[in-house]
Design a protein around this ligand. Sequence first.
Ligand code: SME
Length: 164
Amino acid sequence: MEPITFVVGESKSGAYETVYRQIDALLSGESDAIANLANSASVLKYSLNYVSWVGFYLLRGEELVLGPFQGKPACVRIRLGNGVCGSAATSRRTILVPDVEKFPGHIVCDPDSRSEIVVPIISNDVVRGVLDLDSSSVNAFDSVDQSNLERIAAMISRKVFSAR
Ligand code: SME
């Protein structure tokens, strides 16, 4: 397995501090949702090099629909309750999947994906979508990813969805 490394900072926490500040700066003063989600996905993808795909699925009725992302083309529509994304949206909780082959119902978008973390984005108590990260390594994500991605999702919720 390839060693897990970070583009910025000396540790995963350090990398996330830089990511948080970059996203905060990019979103300040801009209210366009697509632009803000696209820049957020880009910062995450190019700062954490154990991530093979990162993007947003946005709630549209009873479905999640693919939003801004970085990585290979992905499935467009996921029904609530389906896959890791649909389960995170329904349970309103982060789902960390150390090995996608062991998650029943996991939806394969990229056959190289081996682990995944999905964080719901909730604004005014309403689920707006999810933030999804994939890695081609098993066990790529841990509690440091979870706490930092939840903090980033909360910022995105405030800056992108509460402003509407
Ligand atoms: N694996 C996800 C589908 C989305 S892709 O990973 C980009 C899931 O099971 O919901």
